[in-house]
Write a protein that binds this ligand. Structure first.
Ligand code: DX5
Ligand code: ZN
Length: 216
């Protein structure tokens, strides 16, 4: 299994975004995690399509877009045009998850489903055959620099075990509160893609990305 770091630019210095993206790429990160919040599905508003368009073409990192928005299907085409390669959607935010995930694939993006900490893990099981990645949220979506919620470790394990049981080679991504104390817990539970916002960007991005890539 391939282990990948996905730095989340939610915690980056936006005035120095290009430099910081270059630093994590040079360090060996594989994905760039891009958190979109609409002020409805989650209370905060972050950034969206125009910023993604700016990043597109300026990095070889895979653009891993996490939509924390109501009825995300309204924007699939726009995110595709803006450069999204992996598109993660919340099971709680969709009217018809199966149809939405198929649409993501038809548009040429990699479908990924996610669930918030209080959502039962079984809620994503009907869709495992339709995705290449499951993102297990390990904090309540909506903000960076929160604490890892311990009960989510069992969900990482449950997703990995269910995928193995069905013979599916999916990536299990974790997002929220991943730091030097929690990264190996998530890895041992079955995660192989690690989103890290504050742990990477609140220190020197190159040095911290190097450090975490060595750990995984
Ligand atoms: C939270 C976002 C995360 C966030 C993680 O809603 O989905 O991607 O950037 O930040 P850290 O790593 O600081 O917990
Ligand atoms: Zn995220």
């Amino acid at each position: 299994m391939e282990y990948k770091l996905a730095p989340s630019i939610l915690s980056a210095d936006f005035l120095d975004l290009k430099t910081q993206i270059d630093q994590v790429e040079k360090a060996g990160a594989k994905y760039l995690h891009f958190d979109v919040m609409d002020g409805l599905f989650v209370p905060n508003i972050s950034f969206g399509i125009p910023v993604l368009e700016c990043i597109k073409g300026h990095t070889d990192l895979v653009l891993d877009v996490h939509l924390m928005i109501v009825d995300p299907a309204r924007y699939f085409e726009k995110f595709k045009e803006a450069g999204a390669q992996i598109l993660t959607v919340h099971v709680e935010a969709m009217k018809d998850p199966a149809s939405d995930l198929k649409k993501i694939k038809e548009l040429g993006m990699i479908p990924s489903i996610t669930l918030s900490p209080d959502t039962p893990v079984e809620s994503v099981f009907p869709y495992l055959e339709l995705v290449d990645q499951v993102l297990v949220m390990t904090v309540n979506p909506g903000a960076g620099a929160q604490h890892y919620i311990d009960k989510c470790t069992a969900k990482i394990k449950a997703v990995r075990e269910e995928a193995l049981r069905r013979g599916l080679e999916i990536d299990v991504e974790v997002d929220g509160g991943i730091n030097e104390n929690t990264i190996l817990t998530a890895k041992e539970a079955g995660a192989n893609v690690f989103v890290m916002g504050s742990s990477v960007f609140k220190e020197n991005p190159y040095e911290s990305a190097r450090k975490y890539i060595e750990m995984i």
